[in-house]
Design a protein around this ligand. Structure first.
Ligand code: CA2
Length: 150
């Protein structure tokens, strides 16, 4: 029997504000509660999670850059960097790790500039628009992919 997969969960800039502002767009669930929901979903899937939140592009790039040593997949909400960061996209691609991109809001139903994701082409998939459930759906899909690749 192989060891349980370790998955890195990355939350991008400003997501530490979740649940405190803009509830109409992002809901009332705090980041801590999102992580709690993920931990509850991870237990029956028999995977372990580490959580990382950063407001800094370079920190996110460095975390992704060392992830291969420890993790089998990445679940990430790149937040605003979704639409701007070639550096994060290149880091994901270079990591070679299956990565699922998630968004709380439906990025295709908002401003034009949110409709383009630089990360999506290097992710195995994207889930957008289901609030905290996007993360749980994303985790389920990521674990399924990791298992079928083992
Ligand atoms: O819908 C998502 O999950 C986003 O990744 C959230 C980003 C936004 O830039 C993306 O276009 C879509 C914004 C994260 C900031 O979160 C806040 C939460 C509460 C209050 C203010 C910002």
């Amino acid at each position: 029997m192989s060891a349980p997969a370790k998955i890195l969960v990355i939350h991008g800039p400003n997501l530490q504000l979740l649940g405190t502002r803009e509830p109409k767009i992002y809901g009332k669930t705090t980041l801590e509660e999102v992580n709690q929901k993920l931990s509850e979903a991870a237990a029956p899937l028999k995977v372990t999670l580490d959580f990382f939140q950063s407001n800094h592009e370079g920190e996110m790039v460095e975390k992704i850059g060392t992830a291969r040593k420890e993790y089998e997949g990445i679940l990430m909400n790149p937040a605003a960097y979704t639409h701007t960061s070639v550096a994060i996209r290149d880091a994901v691609e270079a990591s070679g790790l299956p990565t699922v991109e998630v968004h709380l809001s439906n990025i295709y139903a908002r401003e034009e500039f949110r409709r383009n994701s630089l990360i999506a082409p290097v992710a195995i998939g994207q889930i957008s628009g289901f609030g905290a459930l996007s993360y749980v759906l994303g985790l389920t899909a990521l674990v399924d992919r990791i298992r079928s690749a083992r």
